[in-house]
Design a protein around this ligand. Structure first.
Ligand code: ADP
Length: 199
């Protein structure tokens, strides 16, 4: 049973690492950004409501986000653990998640903070904009997302830090090297790979 949260500025590589870590720990990666994007793509009511906020680089309102994540965490595949990417990203969302987990007698085992220089992430997102055409990867929106991160999400690291669950990882370098840094730091906390991944 492993419950993890990945946190870090846009462009730090959360989505990429989430895929690798989900496989290594045998848990689902749950990304609110991906869920919103697939709703936008499929033209659902949720997607229609979320799109303007996402395109502006603002957080989607909690009224749309909290229920969505509660439902997702109730799914069968999340009962043996999960990796959250992109939620919680405000202190209000932390309170929601705390209450939800407490009602299930659970808590996060570790919060992995991916640390990256703002100029590096802006450069990475500029590249991703060319490759993937995400509508929120334009330079101005990226800068705004970084501000929203600094104002609303970065304070969460202190909140979780006071609980002693944060591991801070340098997000620069090769993808595999970053993954190895994360798994190494988690082993030190007694969090080990799923059986299929053990030597
Ligand atoms: P990034 O981490 O690169 O900013 P995400 O895929 O996590 O990208 O999020 C993209 C957008 O989706 C955000 O800018 C925001 O509009 C919306 N979003 C994702 N997660 C949340 C959340 N927990 N609360 C509110 N909005 C969210």
């Amino acid at each position: 049973m492993t419950r993890l949260l990945l946190i870090g500025p846009p462009g730090a590589g959360k989505g990429t690492q989430a895929v690798h870590l989900a496989e290594i720990y045998g848990i689902p990666a749950i990304s609110t950004g991906d869920i919103f994007r697939s709703n936008v793509k499929n033209g659902t009511e949720l997607g229609t409501k979320a799109k303007a906020f996402m395109d502006a680089g603002d957080n989607v309102p909690d009224s749309l986000t909290n229920a969505l994540i509660r439902d997702r965490l109730e799914d069968d595949d999340a009962q043996e653990g999960f990796l959250l990417d992109g939620y919680p990203r405000t202190t209000d969302q932390v309170r929601e998640l705390d209450a939800f987990l407490a009602s299930h007698g659970a808590a996060l085992d570790a919060v992995v903070e991916l640390e990256a220089d703002p100029e590096v992430v802006v450069a990475r997102l500029r590249k991703r904009a060319l490759e993937q055409g995400r509508s929120d990867d334009t330079e101005a929106v990226v800068r705004h997302r970084l501000e929203v991160y600094a104002e609303q999400t970065a304070p969460l690291i202190k909140v979780y830090g006071s609980r002693g669950v944060v591991v801070t990882i340098d997000a620069l370098g090769e993808i595999d090297a970053v993954t190895a840094r994360i798994t190494g730091a988690l082993v030190d906390r007694g969090i080990v790979a799923a059986d299929a991944f053990k030597p």
